[in-house]
Design a protein around this ligand. Structure first.
Ligand code: FE
Length: 205
């Protein structure tokens, strides 16, 4: 697939941006003066990476699992269906939702940098931006999934999707068994960030 990247925006190149350097300088100064605890900063970043941001994506997934008409709209035009729920940013990348099935497992990467569906997942995890993940996800997706603890049998075909600045992918994971009685809120609680990138499945409750 083609990879038409727009690198005018700041999204995770190897050379730190001026903003990143200023943030690092401020953080160092605040820590040195004893004004902030680095562990507290790490906890905040972790919360945004794993909880606050991905809550939006989990809501989209739970709605799709609960409402077949919404799911159809989501697969047809994800950008519009996601804004129905109200997650709209100032910069709106075009979104595509990829449905996992018993035959197909989807995995999302950005081979050139770190393009990520931030309106629904928030901040990308560090591993998503790493050279190892970016290169190996394409060459050896099953090996990468094994390292994340996800072993897929050969019946699955694994599809890898390379994000760009203009086009971001969100995986719609398979709804786990034993969840028929759960409402949308309870379903959303089950959906992890990693399952929406494609490096995990959603575990049954
Ligand atoms: Fe990128």
């Amino acid at each position: 697939m083609t990879h038409d990247h727009d690198h005018h925006h700041d999204h995770g190149q190897d050379i730190p941006s001026a903003t990143a350097l200023r943030v690092k300088a401020l953080e160092s100064l605040l820590v040195e003066k004893g004004l902030v605890d680095p562990a507290a900063l790490d906890a905040i970043v972790d919360a945004y990476e794993t909880k606050v941001g991905p809550r939006n994506g989990a809501r989209v997934v739970a709605r799709a699992w609960s409402d077949p008409a919404y799911k159809a709209r989501l697969l047809e035009d994800a950008t519009a269906a996601i804004s129905e729920i109200g997650f709209v940013g100032s910069e709106r990348p075009h979104m595509i939702v990829l449905e996992n099935t018993p035959e197909v497992h989807n995995l999302v990467v950005c081979t050139l940098c770190s393009c990520y569906p931030w309106p629904v997942l928030g901040l990308p995890p560090v591993w998503y931006k790493s050279t190892a993940y970016r290169s190996r996800a394409v060459i050896d997706p099953r090996g990468v999934l094994n390292e994340f603890g996800l072993t897929l049998d050969d019946a699955f075909s694994v599809r890898v999707w390379d994000s760009t600045a203009e086009l971001r992918y969100l995986v719609l994971p398979e709804r786990p068994p034993g969840t028929d009685h759960l409402d949308e809120d309870a379903l959303a609680d089950l959906v992890s960030r990693d399952s929406m990138i494609g490096v995990a499945k959603v575990a049954a409750p």
